[in-house]
Design a protein around this ligand. Structure first.
Ligand code: 5AD
Ligand code: SF4
Length: 461
């Protein structure tokens, strides 16, 4: 008698690092013979890869777990797995709040997933470690896109931004050896990947723990040599570590895209100090000027927190005026959310919900005006886009992305996902562009084997 097909359903919360880790979780399960299910109802294993950056991420997980209880009552053989940042943060609390969860694993022991799943056949298996066992990139991956890949260059963070829980749940920064990274990118290119996004909490300090000196710009130059990879993106740099050598590498490397996500958090010096961001408003703006000088038509995006403890109206005005001056293409705006294990959670002078909401709306409306202005400026020009698929709202249209990371909608010419089109921009809106196809500018470059010197290193460090 053959065993019934084992299936998994995986839901990812949070950032790109979690997307990357989810691809590894799926890869390990597929290596064990599992196949993807269409939903939790027909899965033998349901996994939640969790986030804890803001409080609403916590609430979403516990809401989702609540729905799982009915399924588990109906099918006791169903395995429920909680992994990732919230698991690392909450440890035993998950078991208390959702005792029907079978496996809990943290951010440092992704590799234990198959073992813990097997162990959970007899009793619940909970394991949270304080140090990374195996670099997640060394694990098998099931890529969710045929043409795009996440490539982790470092894990963890050595900074101490007072609002941020990441260092507590992801640990100190560990860089991956450049040879290993290049090796992975070569394999991805051979597999048809045309765009990669390099991931790290602070990509600009990449390599400091390997060679005592940051090596991010060198890494960009090495990866730029790899044929087949047409676009290199990265996220996120920390403004304090963003230096001229990286800007030069961006300007000179053909495949590095003209987009920088440069998290601001606040435009006020006093607030930045309470956040321990280690730069001033002036220094931040100087970097913006340096970037704009070196890379014409670069798109700059940012993250901003509103309502940090003690934020005065004057400090908030400084954020607004910086936003006016920097002229971001887009900003991800967040309402401050106190997090356990962070210094800011203990700061006095919490800002009332109403004040935060009102400031938040003012900031969004200013940024929308600027985003619209930046996008309207592009009308009449042409852009190379990679087709991402059929538009969600209109099946007769395609959606693609420019090198500057802007979404463009255009009438479908049947172009497959991952192909290149040249598009004339016909309309600019705050969150997207409209266009029409004027050419099939670039077919993915021919593949070749890499001749770069690779620094050999063990699979994990
Ligand atoms: N509250 C609100 N926003 C936060 N972020 C990080 N921590 C918090 C918090 N406690 C935001 C920052 C960061 C982005 C990923 O999430 O803007 O850049
Ligand atoms: Fe968090 Fe600051 Fe590290 Fe970014 S640099 S992950 S905001 S502590």
């Amino acid at each position: 008698m053959t065993e019934a097909q084992r299936t998994y359903f995986l839901r990812t919360f949070g950032c790109q690092m979690n997307e990357h880790d989810s691809e590894r979780m799926a890869g390990m399960l597929e290596a064990e013979g599992y196949v993807a299910a269409t939903g939790p109802e027909d899965a033998s294993v349901v996994l939640f890869n969790t986030c804890c950056i803001r409080e609403n991420a916590d609430q979403r997980l516990y809401g989702n777990l609540g729905h799982m209880k009915a399924l588990k009552d109906k099918r006791p053989e169903l395995r429920i797995v909680v992994g990732g940042c919230l698991a690392q943060k909450d440890k035993q609390a998950i078991q208390e709040r959702a005792p029907y969860v079978d496996v809990v694993l943290g951010t440092h022991n992704l590799a234990s997933l198959p073992r813990l799943l097997r162990a959970s056949e007899t009793e619940p298996a909970f394991e949270i470690l304080e140090q990374t066992e195996v670099f997640p990139s060394a694990l098998p991956a099931r890529r969710f896109s045929p043409w795009h890949a996440w490539v982790s260059i470092s894990i963890g963070c050595n900074n101490a931004c007072t609002f941020c829980i990441v260092p507590a749940v992801r640990g100190p920064e560990i860089s991956r050896r450049s040879g290993e990274i290049a090796d992975e990118v070569v394999r991805l290119a051979a597999d048809g990947v045309v765009e990669i996004t390099l991931l790290g909490q602070n990509v600009n300090s990449y390599g400091r723990d390997l060679d005592g000196t940051p090596m991010f710009s060198k890494l960009l130059r090495v990866l730029d040599e790899i044929e087949g990879v047409e676009r290199i993106r990265f996220t996120s740099p920390h403004p304090k570590d963003f230096r001229a050598d990286t800007v030069a590498a961006m300007a000179e490397c053909r495949s590095v895209c003209e987009h920088i996500h440069l998290p601001l958090q606040s435009g006020s010096d006093t607030c930045l100090k309470r956040m321990k961001r280690a730069y001033t408003r002036r220094k931040y703006l100087d970097k913006v000027t340096m970037i704009r000088k070196a890379i014409p038509d670069v798109a700059i995006t940012t993250d901003i927190i509103v309502g940090f403890p003690g934020e005065t109206e004057e400090e908030f005005q400084d954020t607004l005026s910086l936003v006016e001056e920097a002229r971001y293409d887009a900003a991800y705006t967040f309402q401050y959310s106190p997090r356990p294990m962070t210094a800011a959670a203990d700061l006095p002078d919490k800002i009332s919900k109403e004040v935060v909401q009102e400031r938040f709306e003012r900031l969004i409306s200013l940024q929308e005006e600027i985003s619209l202005e930046r996008n309207v400026r592009m009308v009449g020009g042409t852009q190379e886009v990679i087709v991402e698929g059929v538009s969600k709202k209109n099946p007769g249209r395609l959606s693609g992305r420019t090198r500057t990371n802007k979404v463009v909608h255009f009438d479908s010419d049947g172009a497959p996902e991952g192909s290149f089109r040249t598009v004339r921009i016909t309309g600019g809106h705050p969150h997207h562009l409209k266009g029409e196809v004027v050419g099939t500018s670039r077919e993915p470059a021919p593949r070749r084997t890499l001749k770069l010197p690779l620094i050999s290193s063990p699979a994990s460090r």
